[in-house]
Structures are given as structure tokens and as C-alpha cells.
Ligand binder design. Sequence first.
Ligand SMILES: CC(C)(COP(=O)(O)OP(=O)(O)OC[C@H]1O[C@@H](n2cnc3c(N)ncnc32)[C@H](O)[C@@H]1OP(=O)(O)O)[C@@H](O)C(=O)NCCC(=O)NCCS
Length: 175
Amino acid sequence: MKINEFTKFNSERISLNILKTTNVNDLFLLRSNNEIVKYVEKQKDATIKDSLLFLEKINAGIITNKWFYWGIYNNIDDKLIGTICLWQFNEAKTEAEIGFELLPTYQGKGFMSEAILPILNFAFKKLQLHKIIGFTHSKNTKSIKLLAKFGFKFDKKEGINSIYHLTNKTINTIS
Ligand SMILES: CC(C)(COP(=O)(O)OP(=O)(O)OC[C@H]1O[C@@H](n2cnc3c(N)ncnc32)[C@H](O)[C@@H]1OP(=O)(O)O)[C@@H](O)C(=O)NCCC(=O)NCCS
């Protein structure tokens, strides 16, 4: 992986930027939503303080190139409507896992499809990753549909989860 500064992205309806303390209430909504955590193995935030601590941890990890983590902001009102990240880098920094979540009100409208495209391009072209992993609960049909739409191929099942991958060869067809 090439060392890179955090990159912001703008598209028609959304912008991708770091998590901001001004949006911590929205972050709490995301991180305490039952529907969002349904297929994701993570502890829900109980208080806004939890979300603030998470935000600080995430932004510290960006500075040290541990992961890349973007808030997805609605261009209309600058509301934080979701997040997308590249994390779980392998030691050689050639592979990473992609993670994403959207507030339920904003699902089914193509916001994540709009967000994922610049991140895949960033991963392959700027970070020069060879492979992106999609790790998802096998019943998480929305997540699987999104991965398939962007060319991720099924690898294998691991317990209740399914593992998909996308290589930099596939990205050329969608950029
Ligand atoms: C996974 C997740 C991000 C997918 O969200 P999503 O809203 O289905 O994905 P998109 O934003 O790309 O929207 C695609 C849907 O919007 C529709 N759509 C409407 N307008 C659209 C537009 N302008 N462009 C593209 N799609 C559009 C598509 O047809 C598609 O609907 P369909 O699934 O019924 O075919 C969401 O379900 C989520 O946050 N889940 C909880 C967290 C989670 O499980 N994360 C994954 C962990 S591995």
C-alpha cells in the first residue's frame, strides 16, 4: 500500500469525509440502530459518549494509516447518513476489507452504490491494493447484492458468514 493522505470525495448527492464531532448525534443514530447491527458483529453504542470515543479512535487510526474510514454526508443538509471504510489490512498492505452501513431511511436509494465507487477506485488506484474482501453474514442479502453489483466474487463460507473478493482486474470495468 502506498502511504496516502486521507482523501475526500464529492459526488452528485453525497460527500465522503472524516467523521466530525458536529455530527456525533447522527453517528450515535447509526451506531445504536437495531436494523443496522442485525447482521454485523458489533456492540451497539449506548450513549453519545460511546460514539464520540469511537469517532476519536477512528480518526486516530486514519492518521496512522491503520484504516480509512469515511462518513457519508447528504449534500442537501450535511447530515451523516452512513459510513464506509477500508480496514483489516493484511501485513503486506495489499489487501483490505470493506465495510459499509447506511441509516435505514436512506437505504434502497442508491446512496451506498454512489459511495462505494470512489472508494474502490481509491483502494486500487491510490492505495494500489490487489484485493478487497467483502465479509458479510450469509443472510445479509442487501450487502451481498451490493457486493455483487460491483463485481465481488464469492469465495467461501465461514460459519454464518460469506466471504467475497474483488481484485484490481475487475475494477477496470467499473471505473
Ligand atoms: C448494506 C447496505 C449498505 C446496502 O444498502 P442499499 O441501500 O441496499 O444499497 P444502495 O444504497 O446502493 O441502494 C441500492 C438500492 O437502491 C435502489 N436505487 C434507487 N435509486 C437508485 C439510484 N439512483 N442508484 C442506484 N440504486 C438506486 C436500487 O435499485 C437498489 O434497490 P434493490 O436492492 O431493491 O435493488 C445497507 O443494507 C445497510 O446499511 N445495512 C446494514 C449494515 C450492514 O449490514 N452492512 C454490511 C456489513 S458487511
